[in-house]
Design a binder for this molecule. Structure first.
Ligand SMILES: Nc1ncnc2c1ncn2[C@@H]1O[C@H](COP(=O)(O)OP(=O)(O)O)[C@@H](O)[C@H]1O
Ligand SMILES: O=C(OP(=O)(O)O)[C@H](O)COP(=O)(O)O
Length: 401
């Protein structure tokens, strides 16, 4: 990807009094009381916002949160406002929508250095469709565009891609730049042996990535919700575990491809199962082939932790996206925490360790190991797509330097 213009190239005169649309990724994990459980992504937005504030810009922040279908109160961005305001040392105003008259009024009233956060852009289905009319409406709110949402840069959505067609200049924020500077170097020319660990719950969007990963890595470790589609493809019964039925054929072909490429693809040999999806579920450890009906796999088992840790010993670069289990529930956090500890130890011996993704980073933060890793990335899917060698649409759309 060509080098992109940066917010740091903009002079005070370019932004003073101007309405700057800043796309950020505030898609943070929330608990059942809608409290932010990990503020990494909020903290990561601060340098760009402060830079613009200090230069007298009128700042319009936009983000998505979760994957809502229409307007859904539990996916409102309101819960991020207190922490964002605290970090910036000013009151961030919350808009009741992401487009429309009310929003325009709030923006018109913004003083230089003032900040308004738009409501979740995904409350409009047009956002993910990259609808040009919606992009035009977003663009009409502002004079110029800054994209600092690295975590969403792999999505060609209205607020990450479409909007750049109507706003000039369109430049990269400091977080975007920092992530690209680090990751492009580390993953396009990794020190080998190179291992990727993929888990989490976004199976349908990440299982496709595995195909290209098999071209790049020496070891591929799978965990989290990803594994049951592979088990089922091998004829195991998976109970009520997360499965993508339409990806069974793909899973089979990926297992074959790994074999023919000589990539060591490791699936957990044992799993921790639960009788319900809850923190207080009954649980037991069973072999991967022995999940009874009515039970679901929510973590990797102790034998798998041992095997995975052993395999990682020989590596020089590791990229990890997606928790090994439902780490939000203490009972099912063991696998994720053990892998986090292993990576922290390996970091200390000179192995490059890269952790990406909202929940993966939250898990590593929770056990206090984030500062032990080589790089904590705010993007899981985005860093995997970079690793695949893909150009990120949110970056491509920005002005060349
Ligand atoms: N076996 C599993 N079954 C269901 N959900 C799982 C399982 N293992 C992990 N998860 C969930 O995956 C979520 C994170 O997935 P994902 O969004 O892909 O990761 P990231 O945000 O790091 O990219 C976590 O909320 C976790 O509870
Ligand atoms: O959390 C995100 O991705 P990630 O879990 O892959 O890091 C981004 O905010 C993108 O969200 P999306 O995968 O719903 O487009």
């Amino acid at each position: 990807m060509a080098t992109k213009r940066s917010v740091g190239d903009l002079k005070e005169a370019d932004v003073k009094g101007k309405r700057v649309f800043v796309r950020v990724d505030l898609n943070v994990p929330l608990d059942e009381n809608l409290k932010v459980t990990d503020d990494t992504r909020i903290r990561a937005t601060v340098p760009t916002i402060k830079y613009l504030m200090e230069r007298g810009a009128r700042i319009i922040l936009a983000s998505h949160l979760g994957r809502p279908k229409g307007v859904t109160p539990k996916y409102s961005l309101k819960p991020v406002v207190p922490r964002l305001s605290e970090l910036l040392g000013v009151n961030v105003e919350m808009a009741n929508d992401s487009i429309g008259e009310e929003v325009e009024k709030s923006i018109a009233a913004l003083p230089n250095g003032g900040i308004v956060l738009l409501e979740n852009v995904r409350f409009y289905k047009e956002e993910e469709k990259n609808d040009p009319e919606f992009a035009k409406k977003l663009a009409s709110l502002a004079d110029l565009y800054v994209n600092d949402a690295f975590g969403t840069a792999h999505r060609a959505h209205a607020s990450t891609e479409g909007v750049t067609k109507f706003l000039k200049p369109s430049v990269a924020g400091f977080l975007m730049q920092k992530e690209l500077d680090y990751l492009v170097g580390a993953v396009t020319n990794p020190k080998k042996p190179f291992a990727a660990i993929v888990g989490g719950s976004k199976v349908s969007s990440k299982i496709g990535v595995i195909e290209s990963l098999l071209e790049k890595v020496d070891i591929l470790i799978l965990g989290g919700g990803m594994i049951f589609t592979f088990y089922k493809a091998q004829g195991y019964s998976v109970g009520s575990s997360l499965v993508e039925e339409d990806k069974l054929g793909l899973a089979t072909s990926l297992l074959e491809k790994a074999k023919s490429k000589g990539v060591s693809l490791l699936l957990p040999t044992d799993v921790v199962i639960a009788d319900k999806f809850a923190a207080d579920a009954d649980s037991k450890i069973v072999p991967a082939s022995g999940i009874p009906d009515g039970w679901m796999g929510l973590d990797i088992g102790p034998d798998s932790i041992k095997t995975f840790s052993g395999a990682l010993e020989s590596t020089k670069t590791i990229i990890w996206n997606g928790p090994m289990g439902v780490f939000e529930f203490e009972k099912f956090a063991v696998g994720t925490e053990a892998i986090a500890k292993k990576l922290a130890d390996l970091s200390g011996t000179g192995v490059t360790t890269i952790i990406g993704g909202g929940d993966s980073v939250a898990a590593v933060e929770k056990v206090g190991l984030a500062d032990k890793m080589s790089h904590i990335s705010t993007g899981g899917g985005a860093s995997l797509e970079l690793l695949e060698g893909k150009s990120l649409p949110g970056v491509l759309a920005l002005d060349d330097a």
